[in-house]
Structure formats: structure tokens, C-alpha cells
Design a protein around this ligand. Sequence first.
Ligand code: GLC
Length: 534
Amino acid sequence: MAAPHDWWRDAVIYQVYPRSFADGDGDGTGDLAGVRARLPYLAELGVDAVWFTPWYVSPLVDGGYDVADYRTVDPAFGTLAEAEKLIAEASGLGIRVIVDIVPNHVSDQHAWFRAALDAGPGSAERERFHFRPGRGAHGELPPNNWPSQFSGPTWTRVPDGEWYLHLFTPEQPDLNWAHPQVRREHEDVLRFWFSRGVAGVRIDSAALLAKDPALADFEEGVDPHPYIDQDDLHDIYRSWRAVADAYGAVFVGEVWLPDAERFARYLRPDELHTAFNFNFLACPWDPARLRRTIDDTLAEHAPVGAPATWVLCNHDVTRTVTRYGRTDTAFDFTTKAFGTPTDLALGTRRARAAALLTLALPGSVYVYQGEELGLPEADIPRARIQDPMHFRSGGTDPGRDGCRVPLPWAADAPHFGFGAPAEPWLPQPEDWARYAVDRQRADPESMLALYRTALALRRSEEGFGDGPLTWLPADEGVLAFARTGGLLCLANLSATPVALPPYETLLLASAPLDAAGRLPSDTTVWLRAPRNAG
Ligand code: GLC
């Protein structure tokens, strides 16, 4: 069992997207009052911590990832005093709070950016951002050719003729991390939240902060990339680590890097405690590829002594049930696409199997709100889409709203109990009564029941969480491994049922065994081995 201070090595962390979790004041937008009222639900579910996507003052151009003030809560969500109460109440229920810090950029409404616009070219205020003259005879061309993290340009010209850099939308100007004030400010923001009892920080776009000082053009295939994974980042995170250590707080970095060795550098003992493992999320439902991803993940974390994280979905990617149910796999697995054919029954079956597979792996696990309800990706009518990703793609990409739809709490209440009287900020599909929490609570076969039982077992069985994993010989298409204490996990990704090894107890299965006691296709089971087998 992990020592108490190492809670994060095997925690189950629930991601709350506050805007869509629960609406306490009935204005159509989720809020902290809604979260506070539902804390008992999270305690009953059995999570160890909650990560809140940004709740700070924001024009909400990018769902709150455009922060105007890192030290207070947006009035749409509540107040700072309420956030403090929420942190205390959660802690009273044994749930830790993780907040989301967005260091790469601020909102164009942030005081620093407004001052930079007012102060003009050459001013000290502009040095906290990346302002540059343009190229071309009249400065009419952007300073370089950097590709955007969303589609569209990365530079916007202001009326005095200078351009500023924004890797995301124009409303999200990038900070200049070579500037000492930028570093000092963020370390203060960390202290601000840690001193309010926050146990951890999720670092948004963690590998993008440092830029090539020359802002040289991007060239395909030439390393290093001018703004991804620059070496200077490690010094920034070493300083952050010292701040966190003073409070016993932890980090989880949003680090999308395919190179395992480069990824692991962020997890050295004096840098970040953990980082999201997106390779696992991006892996299709394929036994050989999943096995390889699990092995690579464990192998890359081992030398730095960091625990792996396992994530199946979040507020940026297509929901698990829909992804695993896609019958057309011709495109990249995480891509959002209009009208992709989906078999929801198949997707749900696989999502159940994936949940048990994931929860049996060594490390910490993230559960995105609604994943425990088996919510599919929703189709948002075009006229209601809010995500800037959609608009910046010229309307070809549906954007991320389909995984951000307000949760259904009560099958027969207005707006499925999300809140009333106002319409939720994104429309809920008409048939979502079947996913409502109250219905699933009453159904022992539901996704919610599966998650609750799995989380309770994960907590009571010491062999789960951090610790060794041993692969077992298994039939083709089956992932089988042992954890300590005689725990076995078998996931059958083949098309046919397979026989189970000898076992003492069947702890949990994502679907019933067949009449011959075999494990059906797309099913995962947790077993306790016979005692004499260790
Ligand atoms: C991260 C967030 C995403 C946001 C982006 C810009 O990728 O998860 O939602 O749009 O950063 O802050």
C-alpha cells in the first residue's frame, strides 16, 4: 500500500468540467454550487480526487482556458469563498482537489495583455508576450510560419502594426516564458491555490511554454520543434517542483509527446510527479497495440520512478463509448468527425471492458465526468456549437462540444436534473433519460454500478494501483496479467469466447460469462487466483 503522502501514485481522479457538471442556480451553466451539492455522489462513486478544469474569471472563448484572472472564480461559476468551501467540504469527504493552471497563454482580457496593447511597441509591457514587427515590405506578413494548435494563423496584427503570437485563438495571447515576471507570477499563483488547500495542479499545454528565442520558422521534420518540448521547460518545472514540495502538492502535466524518452524527462524526480499518458487514450481497441502501449508506458516511467497515468477520455477528445463503437476506423482514433458511423452497443460493451482493464493497471486513473455513466459523444446542432476549434476549422471539424454536454442526473426532471429553469448552455440529446444517474443507480447492470464496484474493489484490494504487473500466457487476442495478492485481470479482445484460468473468486466482470463459464468477446474479468497459486 502506498504511503499516505504518495496518494497520487495510485489515485482515481475524477475530472469535473464545471460548466457541464451540475447547475446550482438554474441559469443553464454548471457552477460550484452544483458541484458542492453533488459531492456526496463523488464520494459514493469512490474517487480519491477531483480535477477541475479552469473556474477562473474568463470570457469563456475557449471554455475557460482563456484566463483573465488566475486568483478568482468566474461569477458564472461562483466566488472564491465558495471555491474555498468546496475544497474544505471535499476534503471532509476524503476527496482532494486539483486545479487547472494555464501557463502558456492568458485571455486577451487579462490585465497584462490590456496593458501591453495600451503601452505600444517597444514597451516593457509588451515584453511579457511575443510582440514582433511583421515581415514583408510593410510588415503585412506574420513574423513566422508557426502552425497553430487549433487550425488558423498563430499571429494577429494590432492597430499599431505589431503582431502577437497565440498558439491557440487570438483571444489567447502566449506569454513570454523567458521573462522573469512571467515565471514569478505563476509561482505566486501556485502558492495562492496551494495555500487554499489544493492538493495538486494540472498544467495545461505543459510542453508548449518555452519558445525558440529566435522565433525561427518551423521546418517539417527538423528538430528541435520551435515551440514544442524546448529544453528550457525543465528549468521552469524544477522551480515549480520546489514550490509544490513546500506544500506537499503534486503536478500532472498535459504533455502530448510521442517520444517516450522525451516524455519521461518531464517526470524526473525534481520535475513533475505525473503526466497524462495520451498514447493509451489514442490507442484503438486492438490487443497487440494496447499491449505494446501498456508495456512502453511502464518501461518509460520505470527509470524515472514515476507512476503511469491512464486516461480513456477528457474534455478534448471523442467520448470512449463512441470511439470504441466506430465501425469506420479509417481515420485517426481521436479525431472528431461529423457523421462517423458508430455502433453504440458495441462501443458500450468495449468501454466497460476498457474500464476494468484500465483500473487494473499500475498507476493512477482519470475518469472524465459522464464516463461512469457511459455517455456517448453527443451530436450538437451546428447552430449551437460553441467550441472555437469548430470555427477555426472553417466549420469542417465539429469541435469538442459533443463531449462537454451537461450531465443527466434525473431521468424525469427538466433538463434531466442538470438544473432549471434555464436551458443548458449546450443541448442534451433527447434520449439521455436512459443515462441519468437516478436510473443507473437503480440498475445493478449499469455503467455506474460497474464503476462503483470497480472503484470499491480497487480501494480494498492492495494489489491494485501502484506496483508490479506480470503478463500471463494467454490465447490470441487476450490481455492477461497478474497483480500482487493473487489478482488476475483478463481482457478478451478476440472475436470468440475464451476459457478462464483456474480461480478462487470472480471479483467482477464487465459482462456475464457464457453458459460454459468462458469469457466472451470484448469482456474483462477480475479474478482472485487460487491461494496455493499465489
Ligand atoms: C488544453 C486544454 C484544451 C484547451 C487548450 C488551450 O489542450 O485541454 O481544452 O483548448 O489546452 O488552453
